[in-house]
Design a protein around this ligand. Structure first.
Ligand code: PLP
Length: 232
């Protein structure tokens, strides 16, 4: 299958999930997750009409971005964890940062965005499972983080993001998607800008759409399996 063919198939699946959930297709963005893949797949997806992309490493995207200057209407979001020594680079390279989980990172991004004269939309990554390895903010700390971010002028929290524990069975992700939506709905009264819900990946995006996702992050189903070269 070609990338263009996969894209068309995904859009059809998104359409059907929206119909089941009584939602309009325009409420759900498809983000193409191009991490690990070479820059050629980004160019191919772009040629097929894709404009929204997700990358998870600052360094990797910095190298790719040198070959992407011509795609000036494409949007690239950072969807992976961000170390504080890479916030300046991240603010330069990306149109939005979708996995912020601490005030320290938000403040650093704010300073970097201010220096660039740009306003950076941010999603707060929330950790809803008890897995040791996962990044993300404890949901109990969300109101305090959002309140502390309010005075920051160059970053704006526009939504929440989560990565549930991986499973073959998409239904096992449903409670996590439901929890994220609940958290967003509870926060909306005090933080009306917090509208977006980035949730759902290749194996569970239809369930995520049924639970209110506004952005599904799809890698494998669009670009195929990621082959990670082993070190050494
Ligand atoms: C890699 C990645 C994805 C895409 O995962 P697939 O299962 O390949 O669709 C989505 N979100 C995040 C945060 C990722 O790191």
């Amino acid at each position: 299958m070609s990338i263009a063919g996969n894209l068309e198939h995904l859009q059809q699946q998104i359409h059907e999930a929206c119909r089941r959930a009584n939602r309009s297709d325009s409420e759900v963005a498809l983000m193409a997750v191009s991490k690990v893949h070479p820059v050629e797949v980004i160019l191919e997806a772009y040629a097929a009409g894709q404009r929204l992309f997700g990358e998870n490493r600052v360094q990797e995207f910095q190298e790719k971005s040198q070959h992407l200057a011509a795609l000036n209407d494409a949007e690239f979001h950072l969807i992976g964890p961000l170390q504080s020594n890479k916030t300046t680079r991240a603010a330069e390279l990306f149109q939005a940062i979708d996995a912020v989980d601490s005030l320290k990172i938000a403040q650093r991004l704010d300073a970097a965005a201010k220096a660039l004269g740009k306003k950076l939309p941010i999603l707060v990554e929330v950790k809803l499972s008890h897995e040791e390895s996962k990044h993300g903010l404890d949901p109990a700390e969300l109101p305090a983080l959002l309140a502390a971010m309010e005075p920051l002028e160059s970053v704006e929290a526009v939504g929440l993001m989560t990565v549930p524990p991986w499973s073959e069975d998409a239904e096992l992700a449903r409670p996590y998607f439901r929890d994220l939506r609940k958290l967003r709905d509870q926060s909306l009264t005090s933080f009306p800008k917090l509208t977006q819900l980035s949730m759902g990946m290749s194996n569970d995006f239809q369930v995520a759409i049924e639970e209110g996702s506004t952005c599904v992050r799809v890698g494998t189903a669009l670009f195929g399996k990621r082959i990670v070269a082993s070190a050494g």
